[in-house]
Every structure is written in C-alpha cells, then in structure tokens.
Write a protein that binds this ligand. Sequence first.
Ligand code: HEM
Length: 687
Amino acid sequence: MHTTQGKESLYTFSWFMSGSNSSPHGFVSFSCLSHSHTRLPGPVNAWPFGFVWTVRAWRQQNIWWIKSKELFETHGSTIGFRVFSSYSILTQDPECVRAIVTGSADLFPKGHLYKHLGLLPGGIFTTNGPRWRRDRRLLTPHFNFSAVSTFVPSFNAHVEEFLNALRQRCLTPRGTQDKSNDDRFESEASQEKAPGVVLDMVQAFNRLTLDIIFDAGFGHDLHAVRQVPCRAAPLSDTALPCASAAAYKTSLDEITGDPSEKVEPLLHESGDKESDEIAEALRIAFTEVAQRLTDPLPVLKYLPRRYYRAKKATQVFRRVIDKAVMERRKRGEEQANEKEPGVGDRQGNLLDLMIAVHEEGTWCTDEMLAQSMTFLIAGHETTSAMLTWTLMELGERPDLWLKLRAEVDRVCGVSAPSSPWPSPSPRSSSRIDASHVDRMPFLRCVLKESLRMHPPVTIISRRILKDLEVAGYLIPKGWHVGVSIYTLHRSPALWERPDEFWPERWEEGPGARGKDTVRRCSVGDGMAHLDQKHFDNGTVPSLPHVPVSGGKQGGVTLPSFDGNQAPPTQDQRISEIAEESREEAATNPATGTSRGPLKSPFQYMPFSLGPRNCIGQRFAMTEASIILARLVRDWDVTLVDRAATVQRVELLTVRPDRLLCKLQPRQVYPLSPVRCGARESAAACSP
Ligand code: HEM
C-alpha cells in the first residue's frame, strides 16, 4: 500500500475540497507541506495556490465539466491535489464512494467550507455532529412517504396555476390582457387564438418550484409563476405537434428576434409583490455561494460590495420568514379551537415544525431562519434544474416524448376536449396523484436518466476523520474527499453509452414492477431507506443531549427518541444499498443482460447516498413527476433553443443558462376518447 501520511497543514483553504485543518488564528501557512501526496496521481499543483487556481479558471470559462472528465481519463479514477497547503482527493471510484457513504456521518463530516458557504450558519445542510443529527431527526418525518403525499394537492394546484396562465396567454389576443378573465373566455370564440407562447423554461420551472417550496415550507402562495416573462409565438408556425428535430423549423431569431413582440409576464395580474424580490434575493444568494466555492481566500466574502449584497439578500429572507411566522401564529390563534394540525397533516408544514421547535427552545431565531433559507435554496433550484434538463432531452427526442405521453394518458386518463383549446378552468380529472405517479415507470426512468446525465449537484465533499484506504493508497485523516457525481455518472467504465440519453436503461423486467414501485421512486436513495426506515419507525440512534422531547408542541407532533437504540452498522448500511441496487439490476429488457444498468450500488448518486443524502429527494421526485406528467399530457412543447447550443451554468447547481421553448395546448389526442392503452396509444397519439 502506498502512503500519503503526513503532517496536517495549518490553514483552511476555502475551496470546496478543502478547508479542513483550520488554524485557530486563520493564518496562511506556506511552510508545512510535508505530505507526500505525489504518489497519488493528479494534476500539477502550481505554487502557491495549488490546483484551485486552475479549477477557478476552468469554472470561469465554464469548462470544468469537460476538464474534470479529462483529469480522470488521464490520472485514473482517484486523483490527489493540493489546495494551498491542504491536500484533497477527488474520486469517481465506486469503491471510494462506498467507503465514504457507508461510514458514519461523524467520521465523514462536511468540511468547514460548507459553513463558509451558508449565508447564515446553523442550517441542516452545513452542520455536523449532534446538532445535525438532532435536526435531521426533527425534519425527516416531514419528508417521508406519507408527508410528501400530503403535498401532492399543492403540487397540482401550482402546476395548474402555471398551465392556466399559459392557456390564458394562448387564448388572449395581444394587447387584451387587461380584460377580466371571464370576459376573455366568454368571447373566446370571436378571438384570434395565439398559436402558443414562447418562454424560457429555466425561469418558468424556477418560479414554479419556488412557489411550491414556499407553499410547502410556509403555507404561503407567492404566485411567482405569473411573472414568468413570455411572448406569443409567431402565427406562421402553428403546426408543431411536439418537439422534433425534423419539425424544428423556426429559428431562434424568428421567435425571439421580432422587436414588436414585447416580452410580457404570463399574467398581468401580479403575483405576490414579494415574489420578484425573493427571486432576486435567491439569485444573489446562489451567485454569492457559488463564488465562495472558488474564492482563493475566505475573507473575500467580506469585500464590501459582496458583503452588502449578501446581507441585503439575507434581510429579504429574514423579513419574509418573520412575516410568515407572524401570519402563521395569528392563524394558529384563530384556529385554536379547531382541529390541531400535526405532522403529515397538510397544515403541519415546515413552518409549524419550526415554530414548535423554536418555542420549545431548541432552535433560536437565527437557526430557524437558517433552516428556512436552507430549504428555500436547496429545495427549488435543484428540482427546477432537473426539470429543465429533462425537457431539453425530451425535446430532442420526439419518440421518447410520445412514449411518455402514451404512458401518462394510459395511467392518468385523457379525454380530448371538444375544442382543441382545453378549458381554462381546472378540470378535476386533470389532477395527478401519488398513485398515478407510482404507476408510471417510464416517467421514473426518464427522470432517473436525466439525473444521471445532468445531476444538478455535481460534487459533494467530506472531511475524513480516520485514515482511509482508497485504491491502494492510505489517505490520512484530516484530508478532504470529493466525489465527482457528474463524472461518476458518465464514466464509460461503469455505463454503457454514457453520453446518450437512454431512459430504457432503467426499465425493469416484467416481474419487477409492483408494489415496491413507490419505494423505487426514490432515486438513488439506497442508504436513505435505511435511515428513513429507522427514522420512520423510531429506531434511529438517539442523542443523549438532544433537548427536544416527543409530543405535541404548538400543534405539531415532535418526534420522540429512544436513546437505547443501536445505530446501524456499516455492514447494515452496505447491505441496504446493495439490496437497493440488486433491485435496480433486475433483468433489463433494453440491454438483454441480467445485470441492469448498475455495476455497483455506488455508481449512481444524484441525491448522494448515506446518512447525509438529500432529505428532500422524495419531495423532489414526486413534484417533478407531477409537473412533467401534466406538461406532457396537455401540452405540445417545441424546443426553440437546441440542446447543442445550451450553455451549462455552474453555480451551486448545474443548469442550462436558458431553454426557450414554444408551448401550445395539445393538438392531437388519442383516437380512443377516454383512455388509450399502452400499445395503441403510441400510434394513436402520433401526429
Ligand atoms: C432534483 C432535486 C434535488 C437534488 C438533485 C438534490 C441533491 C442533493 C445532494 C447531492 C445532497 C447532498 C449534498 C452534500 O452532501 O453536499 C443534498 C442534500 C440536501 N438536500 Fe437535496 N436535492 C434535491 C432536492 C431537494 C429538495 C426538494 C429539498 C427540500 C425540500 C432538499 C433539501 C436538502 C437538504 C436539507 C440537504 C442536506 C441534508 C443533510 O445534510 O442532512 N433537496 N441534496
């Protein structure tokens, strides 16, 4: 075995992979490079900054994703590098991933940089140790199956609002948006119908998911989708039933370049006045946090311009959350005699929990604020990025779009409206509920494949607190280990046709479907099951010093803990993930092999794996499934931007810079009026 043992350096370098060995004084030490890491292959580390300077440049040029692939091709699946005077490794080796994610969260905590990343300290994303375990236990029940299914009506309501606003734009001749809705639809027959609208789906999904997370978190409707900028599509181009490379005949300039076509909001009725302000504050927060990822020195965040912008954004969050808390308390008083909300109750949203925990004295006001900001930031841009990437891929593949539509029609039912223009009023049949989602395996495959090709979170990092043997090297404790999710998901050694969008790779054998589809809907959550199961049935290890007690508090049931339960062992964790992966690896009809797409349970981790995996993955998958299914069922979508021209934006998440699409109410319905079966629908739904 090679060794990389050495003296720990003194300085916390603030790049994502680093920041471990902070000196109490924060001095930069150039002196103590006694690590002999050179035996671990890796890039050249230019003095004094080391590799971070190169990474910074690559990120600025937006080529990090290409270069990171090259790095692994050149040096192997685990590379070592220096960042200032600290050492880190970056890996795409499933065995290394296994060692990290199956280890205890205490042995592989998040590094100091995570703290430095947060605009406010104390959120669950950044904390470690007992505090993180306490908060994870408190929050987990809000993201289990039953809790997430209580959000389904809200997902439907918000997507309905978005689609109705789209329909209104399609039915409204230009310049008549000030008419009341009723007038507009009464005189629908006499109006010139716009062929569709063109909008940037990055913005549309961003605002939609913001509305959803805000509602889920605070029970407050921002109506941010109403403000999505869009413009009517040119009349000359009405006959594009679905996105297709062949049908693509409208150039970007034709649609976007007409100066007489004013960009307008989806609906003139404004949303909540705060929505724009919050969207802007979130944008600032994202940009600031992303900048901190590559700051050569942590103190740069105190540069006056940056500092005050970040402070202003934090103040917006603080004000909004304070207001939500006040409103909630007032509502609570008014409802004092009515049924009390509880966990799993739609009214028992995160805010209720936070207020309860705050009143109990466990979270101070700043902690409550930090948790809220964490959910706002972690909970909408990620899902929005997933949806945008998915639409981009489907837009390039009409065959997949139709296959998916056929599945949605079959499972959710579709009745062709008497006119090609669906009624603007919500149809009760239009709702898609959790049981529909469970019965749409191809939809799940599409989302999983999208998360494989375009994981919104591309790297995670852990500090190692015990020596770790990786790929024949001994990595000393104190180093940082980064997992490159993006390259792991694209590794030719692990995936067949890694750069191809191929949802069928996830299809299961005929016997594999059934009641476990609900569970399998949670993508990549091998370890999550273990932890979630333990949380759900109360067998998670407890912390003696957790002050939170079980029972009702402020209308919310706080989880109670049994301090005698043993934590899951590493073997248990491994076998859980392996079991999950075995299920995934059931006979794969697409490949004809019995191996399925996964060679290792640790090669697919869009939501990370292990105890610190994404707490919101069920929420995100259910939300995305409903949004996508409704869009596919009721709308024809044509890409205006082509996938090849879309630029990646690497901030905290990775998303397309923009995705202009043309949306039209669906034109072609299945021949069978109510339901169309899986096979016939593919043909019947074809244009
Ligand atoms: C497609 C959507 C999403 C993706 C790809 C995603 C991905 C991830 C990943 C990779 C992590 C681990 C980060 C790390 O270890 O550095 C994470 C953690 C986390 N995510 Fe998500 N996420 C998504 C949606 C959500 C949603 C909707 C929420 C909340 C409603 C959420 C809340 C969180 C939180 C609180 C953590 C920290 C958990 C902990 O440390 O215990 N995420 N997510």
